[in-house]
Design a protein around this ligand. Structure first.
Ligand code: SF4
Length: 370
């Protein structure tokens, strides 16, 4: 599953074959496309696309290039558009000092106004920043987006990256991460926690290798995903699942059926989730924030029996190097189940591992290791 979190399908480059572009996106495994407005007209068209196609959601706003054209009526227009149920954010807004199509002063004012409007409308923001790091950060610190946001097509340095992450902003990665000379960008993206990453095409621009220089389209997001997966030491499935969940969390897009997982794959390992109980109560426990791990829902409705665990392992397709008892809790609380399940798996020649908080002997009041 993949999501293109930033595309411009309303642009004339897609006028002749939009239907085929959408079909190719579906065939490539995309569940959603977030279509981004850059001015009033494209924002209206984004909402029309979202109305027409189930997988498209819309973002409405004014790109810094167009800031000089903004009037009070523009904000009224954005307010009206934002009332549509498939408008999930405001943007793309921000600063672009590369071409200076609008003066820096006007860009800054329009950026601030849109940040205020997003708070008023209780929406997250999509931020464009090019060659304006210091001013963009200053404005974001003065007006931190109350409902979160994403730095689209991140292009800053390490200091900028850390500031954005400290503000809780997601980092979106586009095609340039695949370019031959983008060593610095790849190093930076490798540092971003997977649960703060989004993937995008910025279609029709910035096509990733092997399409560099051609028209970009949402289906190509999988090439960017492959590069990011390698940088994070994850599989393509892992990075697709994690970044799709990140998009849903940021933009409040409802999920399909997300059943809790008894077994869940990460890389070449199959993990077994036996319990949500733990003998510890760590203040930093990730369960205090969310029961999702690498995009999997680990909130158990009930603790699975031995038969249910074995059935879940049997039903999970894939070629795994190991089975790991490691849920969102302390697996050794269910020592008897571990022994029964592991015994049967070892007969099948499978490698077994247990991730534990080290309190097995305390829990069971004897040495359990033998
Ligand atoms: S699951 Fe891990 S982090 Fe959470 S309370 Fe238990 S030992 Fe601590």
């Amino acid at each position: 599953m993949l999501v293109d979190s930033h595309a411009h399908l309303e642009m004339p480059q897609f006028a002749d074959d939009l239907e085929q572009v959408i079909q190719r996106a579906k065939a490539a495994g995309l569940s959603h496309i977030i279509n981004i407005g850059t001015d009033e007209e494209s924002s209206v068209k984004s909402v029309e696309l979202a109305t027409q196609y189930g997988l498209i959601y819309a973002v409405v706003g004014i790109h810094p290039h167009e800031a000089r054209l903004v009037s009070a009526a523009t904000y009224d227009c954005l307010r009206k558009l934002a009332a549509h149920p498939k408008v999930v954010a405001l943007g793309e807004m921000g600063l672009d000092y590369h071409y200076m199509h609008s003066s820096a002063v006007i860009q800054q004012e329009v950026f601030k106004q849109q940040l205020r409007l997003a708070d008023e409308l209780e929406l997250p923001v999509v931020i464009h920043q090019r060659e304006a790091e210091a001013d963009a950060l200053n404005i974001l610190k003065e007006h931190p987006p109350a409902y979160g946001g994403v730095m689209h097509c991140f292009s800053g340095d390490e200091a900028m990256l850390n500031e954005c992450l400290n503000m809780g902003l997601y980092i979106s990665v586009a095609g340039p991460v695949s370019f031959k000379k983008a060593h610095c960008l790849r190093q930076l993206i490798a540092q971003v926690p997977a649960d703060m990453l989004l993937l995008e095409t910025d279609a029709p621009y910035l096509a990733p290798v092997p399409y560099r220089g051609k028209r970009n389209e949402p289906a190509y997001v999988k090439h960017t995903a492959q590069v990011v997966a390698e940088l994070k030491g994850l599989s393509l499935d892992d990075i697709g699942r994690i970044t799709s969940l990140n998009v849903r969390n940021l933009f409040g897009i409802p999920a399909g059926e997300e059943q809790s997982r008894v077994v869940y794959p990460i890389r070449r390992s199959l993990y077994v989730n036996l319990t949500n109980r733990c003998s510890n109560d760590c203040s930093f426990c990730a369960r205090n924030k969310s029961y999702y791990v690498k995009g999997h829902n680990l909130s158990l409705e009930h603790e699975p029996t031995t038969d249910e665990v074995l059935e879940a392992i049997t039903n999970q397709s894939g070629d795994y190097e190991e089975i790991v008892f490691c849920g969102f809790g302390e697996p050794l609380l269910r020592l008897d189940t571990i022994i029964e399940v592991a015994k049967q798996l070892k007969f099948q020649g499978l490698k077994i591992r247990i991730n534990t908080n080290g309190q097995g002997n305390i829990i069971h009041k004897h040495n359990i290791l033998p």
